[in-house]
Design a protein around this ligand. Structure first.
Ligand SMILES: Nc1ncnc2c1ncn2[C@@H]1O[C@H](COP(=O)(O)OP(=O)(O)O)[C@@H](O)[C@H]1O
Ligand SMILES: [Mg+2]
Length: 150
């Protein structure tokens, strides 16, 4: 697990862009943290790093959006759906087969996700301060995420 401090929205966006460089088809990234922590902003940075031109917005109401970058990016927010369980999990995984799956509040459905994933938890501090915890699980333990704390 690594911890990356963020002092501003720009820092969080930049971390997302760098994280995108580690992503491969089939990857699952679960985003955790309170409302307003910066999950969607981090997702926007990842999308930028993946070459997505479109503006990334919160998928809260539509639940899931797909963007075309160097890899397809499937961005979901399961805040309201956690209780639906496995059905949702399977659909998301299928949708993101050839791309990257990014799920806000994904920690709530981690048990239905593949064991190989990156869990990112954004901890809120004073004002704009955040601490972004990156916890590789399963095969993600072999990825060079330490690069991101440099
Ligand atoms: N260091 C920071 N990292 C990310 N967001 C920050 C930071 N400081 C302030 N913010 C603000 O917090 C809000 C995060 O919103 P958003 O990404 O939609 O959160 P979430 O998706 O977790 O609910 C934005 O308004 C952003 O400008
Ligand atoms: Mg959000």
């Amino acid at each position: 697990m690594i911890r990356v401090p963020s002092a501003s929205p720009a820092d969080t966006l930049a971390l997302g862009r760098r994280l995108a460089g580690l992503l491969r088809p089939g990857d699952v990234v679960l985003l955790a943290g309170h409302l307003g922590a910066g999950k969607t902003l981090l997702a926007a940075g990842i999308a930028e790093g993946l070459g997505v031109d479109e503006q990334v917005t919160s998928p809260s109401f539509v639940i899931i959006r797909t963007y075309e970058g160097f890899l397809p990016l499937v961005h979901a927010d399961v805040y309201r759906l956690a209780s639906l369980g496995e059905l949702v999990d399977l659909e998301l995984l299928d949708e993101a087969r050839d791309g990257v799956l990014l799920i806000e509040w994904g920690n709530a459905i981690a048990s239905g996700m593949p064991g190989d994933h990156l869990l990112v938890e954004i901890e809120m501090g004073e004002g704009n301060e955040r601490v972004i915890h990156l916890e590789p699980r399963g095969a993600w333990k072999g990825r060079p995420i330490e690069e991101l704390s440099a």
